[in-house]
Design a protein around this ligand. Structure first.
Ligand SMILES: Nc1ncnc2c1ncn2[C@@H]1O[C@H](COP(=O)(O)OP(=O)(O)OP(=O)(O)O)[C@@H](O)[C@H]1O
Ligand SMILES: [Mg+2]
Length: 243
């Protein structure tokens, strides 16, 4: 495996009860890459992220993170190794302020496999990325809009100094101004060398921020392409993406 591949799955399967949801999913995320996992409602995007993270009741297949096999690891162990996860349901602490929520996410500094330092996030650095959060530092999480909570969830994940972030539908259900900040944030992370695997239904958002895409249908990867090629491929879009 190339040292530049930070996250890789091979033959990944996952089940809810007796129902198999993922079939033989193989994907790779390279250092500094933004990769979109695309597909319609129910295609298996969130399930893929959860399976990587160790949050499915049952899974099989291989998952490697930073060259290590994490296919048996639990979510908290994977998170401690530097794999960040932002789930689709925002999980902030509603009684804690923005600053307190961020402090909960604090983890130590980290290195890439080649020994170079991963970005180290502070409140100040995050508030540059998310100006809205900076203005709401002392507000309880429960008294923020959905979009602001979404940003706080991302920011709290970054406090763990992840090398790779799994982002579940960052643009879904939030106001355009927040979507723009999400895109800026993803680009800023990429500039810092952080890799992102994001699930997305929205081709406009995905094309804005992503280098490559995998297209899922019924829990299988049906297509993979550079974002440029996918944007120009009307057939694939019609088959797997348009509603
Ligand atoms: N908790 C669950 N129990 C049983 N089946 C589930 C559960 N969550 C999801 N599924 C099923 O797994 C399949 C994949 O769902 P998943 O949430 O991964 O899709 P998705 O691509 O993220 O869709 P969306 O765009 O709606 O977020 C769907 O058929 C869904 O009904
Ligand atoms: Mg989903």
């Amino acid at each position: 495996m190339s040292a530049d591949i930070l996250l890789q799955t091979h033959g990944l399967n996952a089940w809810y009860g007796a129902a198999q949801i993922l079939f033989d999913v193989g994907l790779e995320v390279g250092r500094g890459e933004v990769v979109a996992l695309m597909g319609r409602n129910g295609a298996g995007k969130s399930t893929t992220l959860k399976a990587i993270m160790g949050m499915m009741p049952r899974r099989s297949g291989q998952i490697r993170f930073l060259g290590q096999d994490i296919s048996q690891a639990q979510a908290h162990q994977v998170a401690r190794q530097g794999l960040g996860f932002v789930p689709e349901d925002r999980r902030i602490f509603t009684d804690l302020t923005v600053l307190e929520n961020l402090s909960v996410g604090r983890q130590g500094s980290r290195q890439f496999p080649d020994g170079s330092a991963a970005p180290f996030w502070t409140h100040e650095k995050l508030f540059q990325l998310f100006p809205n959060l900076g203005e709401l530092q002392h507000r309880p999480g429960g008294r923020m809009s959905g979009g602001e909570q979404q940003m706080l969830t991302v920011a709290r994940t970054l406090m763990g100094n992840p090398l790779v972030v799994l982002l579940d539908e960052p643009s879904e259900g939030v106001a355009p101004v927040i979507v723009e900040q999400m895109a800026d944030m993803i680009m800023a992370l990429k500039r810092e060398g952080v890799s992102i695997l994001l699930s997305e239904q929205n081709l406009h958002f995905a094309q804005w921020v992503s280098d490559r895409a995998y297209v899922l249908e019924k829990g299988q990867i049906r297509h993979q392409a550079s974002m440029v090629d996918l944007v120009n491929d009307a057939d694939i879009q019609r088959q797997y993406l348009s509603v």
